[in-house]
Write a protein that binds this ligand. Structure first.
Ligand SMILES: [Zn+2]
Length: 477
């Protein structure tokens, strides 16, 4: 056990999926021929004026409500000045002094309990373009500005995270909330969510240590690896009695190491100043209320409720709460009060998950209703149909809205427990399997299983296996 505490803060950038870019009418979409989706405004040509896309503000405010933030009804945009070839204006329009959302928190389930991480702020800003370095040995780089002006929110956590596993759980929670609100496509492979990771170590009772930052880590598992590496690096230095210097480091996920980019001596000075071309963002109380009303019960809260109140397993709660449609369906089933949560869960985690996976479908594609699901579970618990027949019925319910009763009738799936029918089947089993009968009589008890199995087969799986076994046993004497 290390004598050091790990302190982690995350800055998470998420691309918003508005129709157009943040300050112009160019389409907000990924890819395309380089520099095909640009206009004088998003190229930052002289004489053009940016006009703020109001959907960007609405999306960010909804995220603010989801993370329990205070929303500033008047906020401002600022210029963050720096030079880089993917930023032709040589400044990024962002929010520094008065961000849209401040002082929030997010709760999530981690390691058997509820964890709360405070949110310092959520602000809006424009994304930069992309640099592409020549791959055929030429000493040149190309600039693609299709991404320039794509709207981003930056979610800045307080340094409340204490391990790489917890940071991973936090990021998964942020991602699932973004998906629930449908404000980000969350395509990690397209860079829709990216993280800057701050790590410092300190001893119990001592003030925070010097932090090091790793920029633009683009997958959650890479964040986890980058943190573990950084904790190891700083621990070694501290144990050797050295001092941590404030650094920005570049995480190389292929090498599994980070490399020094710059130290505090030449730390960034962005010379923020207010953006003069865009008026302050004002949001009325009425509009704030309308936006607050669009925020549903969120997946992190559902997950905590399922684990705590319904006492289902974390894995089940996570699977169900992750999909808004499935969670709504599950809630509808629970509210009927007909069966315990775990009866629903075993079907959802078993047959349903298997079906969705095999057919590459999501829950919104299936036709199952809470009522027919209840009828199906009832038919099994009342011993009207066998479990194997129920699986068949379940699949049909997924494909078409229909009644359980009509499926059972039309396919003749009802269990046969009529003794006279089963007696005659048992007779046939014994006549056709003389060898097994004599084996059984010689003490080979496993011959019984074979005989019952044959009986089930003759009944096409409809016989009640318990009664079938009982009758065969009595006939064997
Ligand atoms: Zn444009």
């Amino acid at each position: 056990m290390s004598e050091f505490h790990t302190v982690i803060g995350l800055e998470t950038h998420a691309e918003l999926n508005t129709k157009s870019k943040i300050f112009c009418e160019c389409k907000n979409e990924f890819g395309g021929k380089p520099n095909s989706n640009v206009c004088p405004v998003c190229l930052g040509l002289p004489g053009t004026l940016p006009v703020l896309n109001s959907s960007v503000v609405d999306y960010a405010v909804r995220m603010g409500f989801a993370l329990n933030c205070k929303i500033n009804s008047v906020s401002r945009l600022d210029r963050k000045n720096y030079f880089y070839p993917d930023l032709p204006k040589a400044y990024q329009i962002s929010q520094s002094f008065v961000p849209l959302c401040v002082n929030g928190f997010v709760d999530f389930w981690y390691d058997g309990k509820v964890r709360r991480v405070r949110i310092d702020r959520i602000h809006i800003e424009e994304d930069a373009g992309k640099l592409m370095h020549s791959e055929n040995g030429e000493d040149v780089s190309y600039v693609d500005l299709n991404r320039y002006g794509v709207p981003l929110i930056e979610i800045v956590s307080q340094p409340d995270l204490t391990s790489s596993g917890e940071a991973y759980a936090y990021l998964k929670t942020i991602k699932s909330i973004l998906r629930y609100l449908d404000i980000c496509d969350c395509k990690m492979q397209e860079g829709s969510i990216r993280c800057d990771v701050n790590v410092s170590l300190n001893r119990e009772g001592e003030p925070f240590g010097t932090r090091c930052e790793m920029k633009n880590v683009n997958s959650f598992s890479a964040v986890q690896r980058a943190i573990d590496y950084e904790v190891g690096r700083q621990t070694k230095l501290l144990e050797a009695g050295e001092i941590i210097s404030q650094q920005t480091r570049r995480w190389d996920d292929i090498k599994g190491e980070s490399f020094l980019m710059r130290t505090k001596e030449n730390a960034d000075d962005y010379r923020y100043f207010p953006e003069p071309d865009i008026p302050p963002i004002k949001i009325s109380d009425q509009h704030l209320k309308e936006l607050a009303d669009t925020v549903p019960e969120l997946p992190n809260i559902k997950l905590i409720r399922y684990v705590r109140d319904l006492e289902i397993r974390y894995r089940e709660a996570e699977y169900i709460s992750d999909d808004p449609e499935l969670a709504a369906f599950f809630d509808a089933c629970i509210s009927t009060g007909k069966f315990p949560a775990k009866s629903y869960c075993s079907w959802i985690m078993g047959e349903l998950a298997k079906y969705l996976n095999a057919k590459q479908k999501s829950f919104s594609d299936v036709k199952l209703t809470a009522d027919s699901f209840n009828d199906l579970i009832g038919a099994v618990s009342d011993e009207i149909i066998s479990v194997s027949a129920a699986k068949k019925v379940f699949e049909m319910l997924l494909e078409k809205e229909q009644s359980v009763k009509s499926i059972i009738e039309s396919l003749g799936l009802a269990k046969v427990s009529d003794r006279s029918v089963l007696e005659s089947i048992a007779e046939q089993v014994l006549t056709e399997n003389q060898k097994s009968v004599s084996d059984y009589k010689k003490g080979k008890t496993n011959a019984l299983g074979f005989l019952v199995g044959h009986g089930m087969k003759l009944s096409k799986g409809k016989a009640d296996p318990v009664i079938m076994k009982e009758i065969i046993l009595s006939k064997l004497g």
